[in-house]
Design a binder for this molecule. Structure first.
Ligand code: F6P
Length: 543
């Protein structure tokens, strides 16, 4: 809220700059500023970010950096790293970064630091014991499969990184994720497994999530069919949770309970013991490299000046496009099959963090986090990119492209790179009516037909995009990539002035879900609205 002349000047400068750039096609900005590619690009750790295809110029960029200063972004960043209770609605600190490098809090919080380090050691020792076949099953068999039961933040991170790091995946241990409550999937996964060679992980920070608890009960029933003796659970079942007492009550052996903490949000938890299924797949060494990559970006975020700070710049560009270009959605396009699960991971990270309607004072706000979606390239080109080239809707775009591909399939990789860069070019340049007409005439078409068809072939272009090049997909660069987006989301939370670390909005659906289950079990539909009641009637008739 604009309160004084200083506020006014910050937002006036942004307004003025927006009017300035809106008058120009992006191509004109390149003509006016030929060195844009070097001015608006940044090389940090494993990344090269090109944001020169964004609708900004020096005035706009300066005004955005001033906005970050005005929002005290650096002070709020440091408060997070120092463990202040910035998650004010839950009165919690936000210290997922300490899981990557606990030295940042060791003097202030020596006890927590010791817990973080001893837990990491315990977890990675367990990984070594299982992967080196020292930890055997109840009947003395080697563990060959892991069933990881968990949803949301207790699923997306390990799953996404495991598919990204397929090159590092063990060929002796296979990890199967059970997130949703879909009997078909559970039957398929369990159908091919033998309890004697399985490790079952129940991953749930709260230990209250209905899907995870029900799936754990179903897997336990399956497990006991093969290994009924009470002892068996001790060797085969593991819990990852901030509620160790509840895990003990479930029957899991204390030595097989790996704690996590309230200061780690679910969607920020892959760095914690929630990462165990990933570590079992890629090994302890690679898991540590994931943490190192994230720690490298933490250091950059903490130390780089705002105008050279990659998470800050990504956040400001997103804010700019939302506030001044009315774009409400962010499309993330990873040009890599192994990064196919990245958009789903980022959906929880960004939308559960900044999908809020009130600011830190509880007052309503005009804007907050974008709708995030996406899919892998080049598949997206043969699906929804048509709309972005010629449709009336638009959105913000992050292209993500690994510079290095599979050594034996260099032709595919070259085509991948060419297509990714070409998509960003086409969105920038578009095709004018004259260009379309001339092409048709050059193809031998007569003037009349060329004139009418050319109208259908024009493309406005002038669509902004970021291009993030990753040197190579490695455990380090993947840790760095997720940390980059975590800090971008943090910065946007500061710019929109929302609490990025609570998620009260998920609770109503859960409690109504519980009530509905009771109605389905008891047949009592008194509290249901007519629509829900008749839906239940229809479903009951069909089952
Ligand atoms: O319902 C949303 C949520 O609470 C997410 O924030 C969380 O990552 C997920 O459910 C799973 O929660 P838990 O790890 O406590 O089972």
């Amino acid at each position: 809220m604009i309160q004084n002349s200083k506020d006014q000047s910050v937002f006036n400068a942004l307004e003025t700059a927006a009017l300035e750039v809106k008058k120009r096609h992006l191509m004109t900005l390149f003509t006016e500023q030929p060195n844009r590619a070097s001015t608006y690009s940044l090389n940090v750790d494993s990344f090269y970010l090109d944001y020169s295809k964004q609708a900004i110029n020096d005035n706009a960029f300066k005004a955005l950096i001033n906005l970050a200063k005005y929002k005290e972004l650096e002070t709020k960043r440091d408060a997070m790293f120092q463990g202040e209770k910035i998650n004010h609605t839950e009165e919690r600190a936000v210290l997922h970064t300490a899981l990557r490098d606990s030295s940042q809090i060791s003097s202030k919080f020596p006890k927590i630091t010791q817990e973080i380090e001893s837990t990491k050691t315990k977890m990675l020792d367990f990984v070594d014991a299982v992967t080196s076949k020292k930890h055997l099953g109840q009947t003395g068999k080697v563990i060959t499969d892991v069933i990881s039961i968990g949803i949301g933040g207790s699923f997306f991170g390990p799953k996404m990184l495991q598919s990204a790091l397929i090159k590092n995946a063990s060929n002796t241990i296979k990890v199967h994720y059970l997130a949703n409550i879909d009997g078909e999937q559970i039957a398929k996964v369990l159908g091919n497994l033998n309890a004697e060679t399985c490790l079952v992980i129940v991953a749930s920070k709260s230990w209250t999530t209905a899907e995870t608890q029900l799936n754990a009960q179903s897997v336990l029933k399956w497990f006991k069919n093969t290994l009924p003796e009470k002892e068996a659970i001790k060797k085969h079942w593991v819990a990852l949770t901030a509620k160790p007492e509840q895990a003990k009550e479930f029957g899991i052996q204390p030595s097989m309970i790996f704690p996590m903490w309230d200061f780690v949000g679910g969607r920020y938890s892959v760095w914690s013991t929630i990462g165990l299924p990933l570590a079992l797949s890629i090994g302890a060494k690679a898991f540590n490299q994931v943490l190192e990559g994230a720690a490298a970006i933490d250091k950059h975020f903490r130390e780089a000046p705002l105008d050279q700070n990659m998470p800050v710049i990504l956040a400001l560009l997103g804010y700019w496009q939302q506030e001044y270009f009315d774009l409400n959605n962010l499309m993330v396009l990873p040009y890599s099959h192994s990064l196919k699960s990245l958009p789903a991971y980022l959906q929880q990270l960004d939308m559960e963090s900044n999908g809020k309607a009130v600011n830190s004072q509880g007052n309503n706000i005009k804007n907050s986090g974008p709708i995030l979606w996406g899919a892998e390239g080049t598949n997206c080109q043969h699906s929804f990119m048509q709309l972005f080239h010629q449709g009336k809707q638009s959105g913000m775009i992050d292209f993500i492209l690994p510079a290095k591909g599979h050594p034996e399939y260099q032709a595919q990789h070259k085509l991948m790179v060419a297509n990714c860069l070409a998509q960003a070019q086409a969105l920038l340049q578009g095709k004018t009516l004259t260009q379309a007409t001339n092409e048709l005439l050059a193809s031998g078409m007569n003037q009349e037909n060329a004139d009418s068809l050319a109208k259908h072939k024009t493309m406005p272009g002038n669509t902004s995009s970021n291009m993030l090049i990753i040197d190579e997909i490695t455990p380090h660069s993947m840790g760095a990539l997720l940390a980059l987006y975590e800090h971008k989301v943090f910065c946007q939370g500061v710019l929109f002035d929302v609490n990025s670390f609570d998620q009260w909005g998920v609770e109503l659906g859960k409690s109504l879900g519980k009530n509905l289950l009771t109605s389905m079990n008891t047949g009592n539909k008194d509290n249901l609205d007519p629509s829900t009641s008749s839906l239940l009637d229809y479903i009951n008739k069909k089952t």
